[in-house]
Design a protein around this ligand. Structure first.
Ligand code: HEC
Length: 163
């Protein structure tokens, strides 16, 4: 190999190594890169299975999205259920699913056919399983903090500071 070729090879190797080094450094220092999915469930597997059976039998996915799954042929503007257990507890869910008129607990401006139906007719154990499972759907703190921050900045135009 000629001397000139060697120099070229060494330069190329140096550039490649420095790029790799920089990427490694970025992955280690940039904490925003990928924090993963912010939603999780703390439910035991058996409960998750029972509750999801009830969920599917009652076509909840025609209106709601959960774990990114919903019926794309329907377009009801119902709330996404991921992380909802960070908002309500089991008792609240149980009352909500048992209410003859769910809108007495959560008012609605939607047309009647799009509103949350009453599930008071379901067996007690199904309503209980659904309530327990919904209460287990949590959202991680960092995500809430980010949502708070972006909402605050959008609404006030000021920089958000964590208390
Ligand atoms: C016909 C569409 C429809 C179906 C089917 C439906 N929902 Fe809903 N649901 C809604 C709407 C819309 C709301 C928001 C309140 C309202 O408008 O009545 C809601 C609200 C909720 C809430 C409260 C959300 C919050 O923000 O606090 C929960 C929990 C819920 N639904 C769970 C379920 C479960 C579990 C099922 C199946 C057993 C189900 N829904 C079936 C439309 C539906």
């Amino acid at each position: 190999m000629k001397r000139g070729e060697k120099v070229v090879l060494v330069v190329i190797a140096a550039v490649i190594l420095s790029l790799m080094g920089r990427n490694l450094w970025r992955v280690n220092t940039d904490k925003d890169v990928d924090k993963g999915i912010p939603f999780y469930s703390s439910a035991p597997a058996a409960l998750a299975r029972d509750a999801m059976d009830v969920y599917h039998q009652n076509n909840c996915k025609n209106c709601h999205s959960l774990w990114t799954v919903r019926n794309l042929l329907e377009s009801v503007p119902a709330p996404i259920l991921d992380g909802l257990g960070s908002l309500h507890g089991e008792d609240w869910f149980y009352q909500y699913f048992s209410a003859e008129n769910p809108q007495s607990l959560l008012p609605s401006r939607l047309k009647q056919e799009y509103r949350m139906p009453s599930y008071a007719h379901l067996p007690e154990k199904d309503r209980r399983a659904l309530a327990q499972y919904m209460a287990s759907l949590k959202v991680k703190d960092w995500y809430l903090e980010e949502v708070r921050k972006s909402e605050y900045e959008k609404l006030t135009g000021k920089e958000y500071r964590h208390e």
